[in-house]
Design a protein around this ligand. Structure first.
Ligand code: NAP
Length: 248
């Protein structure tokens, strides 16, 4: 039995991505801290297809030991797709920012993504049909002043994943980057410490989490490395954006 792992499946893009993979008949391993939200999602998945295997894992990805323990726990499973989606943002200038929040972002957005991607790539490099999809951001390709630490963590995710994709040429595993722009989820509430941010009045353009999950499916089904939302809010696929130094 083959599985799709989705981190950060308890809300937003991860939640909708789990439903989108369920409609494609995929068995799922869903990861987040809030187990009750994952239970709710599992019920919804079983209302789509009750034959699907849905494994729930409650882990805190800001804790390095838990990141390694998660991977160890999942070793017995055959994982055809691994999606590192869990992440968090910030708001405010670096000079004003809470260092605890910065550290948390570094741990979840960078450390956990790097550790889980590296372990998965080492185990699945030559497994046919295997895919690693890391969720970055349009801010991982354009500096967002006022959200610089978040933006910088996503530059890392994009660079690491595009680079891994290049290193994997000649192997079966494909590494891909999803780079959403503003998407209606719990993300802004948590980044800005607000409740129920109103996307319809608060921003000019945005996608719903359901739309973003469909873009992720487009990327998954393509042979491209990057799926990014551009300035016009169109979703475009390409083979990598960062310049590459050849010949060293
Ligand atoms: P969201 O609704 O806040 O979802 C974030 C998910 O990450 C939740 O399931 C949360 O689960 C999980 N998570 C956060 N910290 C965690 C931790 N320490 N351990 C385990 N899981 C953790 O936000 P979203 O918009 O769907 O975000 C998904 C991804 O899209 C993120 O990587 C984000 O950077 C990226 N993105 C979002 C936007 C946007 O505008 N929404 C734009 C560009 C990129 P628990 O709280 O249950 O642990």
């Amino acid at each position: 039995m083959k599985f799709t792992v989705i981190t950060g499946a308890s809300s937003g893009i991860g939640y909708e991505t789990a439903l989108a993979f369920a409609t494609k008949g995929k068995h799922l391993i869903l990861v987040a801290r809030r187990l009750e939200k994952l239970e709710e999602l599992k019920k919804q998945i079983h209302s789509i297809d009750e034959s699907l295997e849905v494994v729930l894992k409650s882990f805190d990805l800001s804790n390095r030991d838990q990141v390694y323990n998660l991977y160890k726990d999942l070793k017995p499973y055959d994982i055809e797709t691994w999606i590192n989606n869990a992440g968090l943002g910030d708001a405010g200038l670096i000079i004003d920012e809470d260092l605890q929040k910065i550290e948390n972002m570094l741990r979840v957005n960078i450390d956990a993504v790097t550790i889980l991607s590296t372990l998965y790539a080492q185990d699945y490099a030559d497994k046919e049909q295997a895919q690693l999809i890391n969720v970055s951001s349009a801010m991982g390709y354009m500096l967002a002043v006022g959200n610089i630490v978040y933006s910088a963590t996503k530059y890392y995710v994009s660079a690491y994943t595009e680079g891994l994709a290049k290193e994997l040429s000649g192997h079966a595993l494909k590494a891909k980057v999803l780079a959403p722009a503003i998407t209606e989820t719990e993300f802004i509430d948590k980044a800005n410490n607000v409740e129920n941010f109103d996307y319809s009045t608060g921003v000019k353009k945005y996608h719903t989490a359901k739309e973003m999950a469909q873009f992720l499916i487009e990327l998954y089904e393509s042979n491209n490395t990057v799926g990014i939302v551009n300035e016009n809010y169109d979703f475009v696929l390409n083979d990598g954006i960062y310049p590459v130094l050849q010949g060293l």
